[in-house]
Ligand binder design. Sequence first.
Ligand code: MG
Ligand code: MG
Length: 250
Amino acid sequence: MISLKNSEQLALMKEAGRITAEALLVAEENVRAGISTAELDRKIRAHIEKCGARPSFLGYGGFPGSACISLNQEVIHGIPSPKRFIEEGDLVKVDVGAFYRGFHGDSARTFACGTVSGEAARLIAVTKACFEAALKVALPGNRIGDISAAAQKTAEDAGYGVVRKYVGHGIGMQLHEDPEVPNFGRAGHGIRLYPGMTLAIEPMINIGTYEVRVLKDNWTVVTADGSLSAHYENTVAITNDGPYVLTAAR
Ligand code: MG
Ligand code: MG
């Protein structure tokens, strides 16, 4: 079932989204060679709790961290660890959610630790462009497939693979709500978009093929071919005035 949010609910989601965005800024400030992913996670959690919110991911399905922190060929769902240290040249994907007064925000960024390869920098830029292309068509009257096709075209025009096994989603009182928001698909197909829908749009893009597998920890998703992967996500409201990014720092 798809839940449409009224203006009061959207105002609360904006607050949850702002806290989520700030947590990502904290992450960005702290990404450096030598920091453990557990230390980064602690700083993210501290900020969320300071704001009177709760990390959405902590304990979700048994997840042990407050943020998912995935490096290089890891796509999503990396578990923060005191034994995992970020190195110069790493691609650091941080995926964060904050639960505040009944609503969730969900957002992810890919940070470069120091200087990364030209190819890695291009991957980060293209992944953000996939989100932006999708955002542009997140309009009332359009369909989910318009979002999907826009993200896919941007990635594939650049020669990259779009992860298919994991997709974006509706979000609100639940972290994951209907509908699914794939990053691949056909324009003009799928559920129609209505004002009040709130969607986590989150392209996951690989330099190589779109195929992924899950590591033995049962969480970490990696590219099947070992190529680099990037992730870019915002929680977005569909409104009559156009798409509204809820997970923005304000
Ligand atoms: Mg996320
Ligand atoms: Mg999400």
